[in-house]
Structure formats: C-alpha cells, structure tokens
Design a protein around this ligand. Structure first.
Ligand SMILES: N[C@@H](CCC(=O)N[C@@H](CS)C(=O)NCC(=O)O)C(=O)O
Length: 203
C-alpha cells in the first residue's frame, strides 16, 4: 500500500461518505474502496472495532471510528481547529451526530409496523430535542466554526441530508425546517466548491 486507503460500504452515505469528503477536501489522493454487503461478514472481524469506515495509512495500523478519522485528517490538513478548546467543541458536535445515528440506526432493519412506531416516537421526541441542541451549539454562520468549513460541518451535513431528502420512511423531510442554523450548515457545505467538485466527479 503506498497511498491512503478508505474502506466503506458501496454507498455515498453516512460515516464513510463524510470521511471520503474530508479526504477529498484535504486534496489527498486515496484508494476509495467500496465493499459489497456480501463481502462484509468475512471482513468484520479483521477491522479494528467491527465497523466501517476504516482508514489505512502507509506504515500505520488501520484506524477506525469516523470521528477519529475525521479529526486526524482535520488536524493534518487544516480542517479542524488549532485551538484546543474550539477543537473540543467541534468534537462535541461530532459526537452529537453519532448520538443521532445511535438512535435512528437501529430502526433501519425493523419490520415496518415496528419501524413506524419507533420512528414516530423519534419524530415526536428525540429529533426535535436533538435539533434544538444542535442549533444552540452552532454559534456562528454559515459553518459551525464561522466562515471556514471544518470536518464537523461534513458530519452535520451528512446527518441533515439523511432526512431532508424525504426518503427516510415515517420521518418528514421538513423535520429540520425550523432550525435555520442547522440548515445553514447543510446548505453551506452543499455549496462549498470542494464538495461540489467531489459530487461532480463521483456522479
Ligand atoms: N463508531 C463507529 C461506528 C461504525 C459503524 O457502526 N459503521 C456501520 C456503517 S455506518 C457498520 O459498519 N455497520 C455494519 C456492522 O456493524 O456490522 C464509527 O463512527 O465509525
């Protein structure tokens, strides 16, 4: 292996896509390895913690957990704050996105009746509370840390994008409409030239 390799499932979503975006924005030439579901069971035990994404750098042990990968890329390539307190504040919001995934993720493979009930409860309680907390912690515009995009913004973008496309059953696409700062982060990431160039080449 002579260049960085990111391994994730073959879909432009979630923890893998935010890491691909970070690598692209950092202008890193990387192997974008996309695995099919059938290949996963035999790989799982060989990953550091049994999940994807995994980043491999020449001469280093494989690195897992999306936030660890994002923070490493961010620190090395100017996409994470140099100030330690501000960096920790960004990491708090990154954990907030993981908290969201931990609640909604388990509903993905539920049968429809159970899924409907679980998601209606999430829409009534967890998601508005999650969005209110996110909104409260976004202290500047348009990005989480002000004028410049950081890795935290990629993570917030992926979380918002998941729902507003209207493709998540039983969760209205308008779920975040009342949270202008959250939507502003999403919109600013979408309009970022580096993000646009990723989707221009990935399309
Ligand atoms: N905390 C880990 C979670 C990793 C994770 O659960 N990834 C999912 C895909 S987004 C996965 O590998 N699912 C398959 C499995 O757990 O077997 C991270 O942030 O990367």
């Amino acid at each position: 292996m002579n260049k960085p390799k990111l391994t994730y499932f073959d879909a432009p979503v979630s923890r893998g896509e935010e890491c691909r975006l970070a690598l692209h924005l950092a202008d890193i030439d990387f192997d974008d390895v996309r695995i099919k579901p059938a290949a996963w069971p035999s790989m799982k035990e060989r990953t550091p913690y049994g999940g994807l994404p995994v980043l491999e750098l020449p001469g280093r042990a494989p690195l897992a957990h999306s936030n660890a990968i994002l923070v490493l890329i961010g620190r090395r390539y100017g996409l994470h704050p140099a100030d330690d307190f501000e960096a920790a504040r960004h990491e708090g919001m990154m954990q907030h996105v993981e908290d969201l995934r931990a609640v909604v993720g388990p509903t993905i493979h539920m049968e429809d009746a159970e899924k409907r009930a679980a998601r209606e409860a999430i829409v009534a309680g967890f998601l508005p509370a999650w969005a209110r907390s996110a909104e409260k912690n976004i202290l500047s515009e348009p990005f989480f840390g002000g004028a410049r995009l950081h890795v935290v913004d990629l993570k917030v973008y992926m979380a918002v994008r998941w729902f507003i496309g209207g493709k998540v059953d039983h969760i209205p696409a308008t779920i975040f409409a009342g949270y202008p700062k959250l939507m502003a982060v999403h919109d600013a990431v979408l309009e970022h030239p580096g993000v646009k160039s990723w989707y221009a080449t990935a399309a």
